[in-house]
Design a protein around this ligand. Structure first.
Ligand code: E4P
Length: 217
């Protein structure tokens, strides 16, 4: 499963990228706001750090305007994936932008039928939002399973990009189900290294090592 990092924080991206943990980046209008940066400027900087796909989201609501914005975003760098919302206009924009050779990430997906439409419109990525479904007491991971089954049943090439990931359990379960990609904030990716038994075991080893009175260096 590929790891995308869900942030527009350049320093956080750089740190994870240096460790080989970043296969791509996703951003959205809220993350651009959080960064305090200009969208074109920060997106260009991210594309210079990461060689994989960098999703940049349109903010227009009509297909023609989304296409115009998408073309402008795609001109930033060859690794841009234009992100469009899963609306009827977004699907039209997806069809046009993919036919022009751009990568397209269809975002804000909350149902299997929406994912089916995105695949038929030629989306490169579909972004089902797990955490936001969990927030309303639905099971976001069930949606990932449903889409995996549907795409495999019909051989769709669209990659499942599990989004709105909040926990380490989401990550492991997405990998078990077979999501192609998961995107998560830097804190969630770094948190995957944590385990209470690792901390406990390390504490015991340090205590016992001190008792030996030895040094390695
Ligand atoms: C994905 O592309 C989205 O930017 C993101 O995963 C949304 O996550 P949130 O629901 O935690 O805001």
């Amino acid at each position: 499963m590929k790891f995308f990092v869900d942030t527009a924080d350049v320093e956080a991206i750089r740190e994870l990228n240096d460790l080989g943990m970043v296969d791509g980046v996703t951003t959205n209008p809220s993350l651009i706001l959080k960064s305090g940066r200009d969208i074109l400027e920060v997106t260009k900087e991210i594309c210079g750090i990461v060689s994989g796909p960098v999703s940049a989201e349109v903010v227009a609501l009509t297909a023609n305007e989304m296409i115009a914005e998408g073309r402008k975003l795609a001109a930033i760098a060859p690794n841009i994936a234009v992100k469009v919302p899963l609306t009827w206009d977004g699907l039209k924009a997806c069809k046009t932008l993919t036919s022009e050779g751009h990568m397209v990430n269809v975002t804000l997906c909350f149902s299997a039928n929406q994912a089916l439409l995105a695949a038929k419109a030629g989306a490169t990525y579909i972004s089902p939002f797990i955490g936001r479904l969990d927030d309303i007491n639905l099971d976001g991971l069930d949606l990932i399973s449903e889409i995996r089954t549907i795409y495999d049943n019909y051989g769709f090439d669209t990659q499942i990009l599990a989004a709105s990931i909040r926990t380490a359990n989401h990550v492991a379960q997405c990998a078990m189900i077979g999501a192609d990609v998961m995107t998560a904030p830097p804190s969630v990716i770094k948190g995957l290294a944590n385990h209470v038994l690792t901390d406990k075991g390390l504490e015991q080893f340090m205590k016992d090592w001190a008792k030996t009175g030895q040094k390695i260096l």
